[in-house]
Design a protein. Sequence first.
Length: 148
Amino acid sequence: MKEFREFALRGNVLDMAIGIIIGAAFGSVVNSLVKDILMPPIGFILGKVDFSNLFISLSGRYASLAEAQAAGAPTINYGLFINTVLNFFIVTAAVFFFIVRPINRIRRIKETASAAPTTKECPYCFSTIPLKATRCPYCTSHLEGETS
């Protein structure tokens, strides 16, 4: 138990667990956004179509998807598929704009900061010396006023 507790309390495992919980909650919010906010106006614009009720019955004619499912008829629910695809694109866009872009921006800043030189070359003996050095430790030349 001690080893399991030690493993479970590591930062990566906790981060992953928190990410999964937030992801599940975010998925519910996006599902509601698509189903309750976005699809009704899109359906209205396209001729008062309810996307969640678009289906093809493989046996018989049914007035609604609920009626076909209650009868146990096999159906192809392409309206629900359209909703799911729209959910996917919204989640993908949100992850990209709110997670991937900021992380990439932070990484670029860190790369440019770490790319700054910390050493320079002595102009007299061509040895590598610290950037702030005013005297070369190899040839003892004075480097004041030198910049490279």
